[in-house]
Ligand binder design. Structure first.
Ligand code: TYD
Length: 196
């Protein structure tokens, strides 16, 4: 099972993902977490480049698009092995981040043609003003204008591709419950009172 969690910077993905992992493990499932960009050499290069004020220039966006796609391809084999081994993989970001953060859209789709298809995508939706108040906002992409356009693109794709959309501006506890409720049907978890 391959679960993807998406959302703009500061949406709370890295807070919520460990809760989801712990909860699924209570049902005896074996869960593995992955994060994009990864800690491969390519992923480390990406993180360095994201600190560069030029990261949002047209040329740099394309370069990053290629690097994200390469980093993802390196990750693919690992994910497939684990998935075949009956593990649940929860990924913090994915190919969809490239679709909404980088451009042009069709080209990003093309260079990510070989990515693994997820079983479910959860979008943690939040207003950038709220999300940026939660983080330091030091990376180039972490500005209200940029994240506003990223959020709009996320919502459009989410509606087209049937993502589960969670209101990530709610309190931490409520968001955790909403994520569990979205995931539960995948595993046939449907007992009353099990989400608290
Ligand atoms: P990170 O510090 O991990 O942010 P977050 O905790 O919000 O995920 O940095 C990841 C940054 O990389 C984030 O700003 C989104 C961006 N990104 C892309 O632009 N394209 C991509 O394909 C991916 C995976 C991430």
């Amino acid at each position: 099972m391959y679960i993807i969690i998406e959302g703009i910077d500061g949406a709370g993905k890295s807070t919520q993902i460990p809760y989801l992992k712990e909860w699924l493990e209570e049902f005896g499932l074996s869960v593995e977490l992955v994060v994009e960009p990864t800690d491969s050499n390519v992923g480390r290069l990406i993180r360095k480049m994201l600190k560069n004020p030029d990261a949002n220039s047209e040329n740099m966006q394309k370069t990053l698009g290629l690097l994200f796609a390469a980093d993802r391809l390196l990750l693919k084999e690992q994910i497939e092995k684990k998935d075949n081994g009956k593990k649940v993989i929860i990924s913090d970001r994915s190919f969809y981040s490239s679709l909404v953060y980088q451009n042009p859209f069709e080209w990003i789709k093309t260079i990510n043609k070989y990515v693994k298809k997820p079983d479910i995508v959860i979008l943690m939706d939040i207003d950038p003003k709220t999300s940026l108040s939660r983080i330091k906002g030091e990376d180039t992409f972490e500005t209200i204008d940029f994240l506003t356009s990223v959020r709009e693109k996320y919502l459009k794709i989410a509606n087209e591709e049937n993502f589960k959309i969670i209101d990530a501006s709610n309190g931490e506890k409520k968001v955790t419950i909403d994520i569990k409720k979205a995931i539960a049907p995948l595993f046939g978890i449907c007992k009353d009172g099990i989400f608290e």
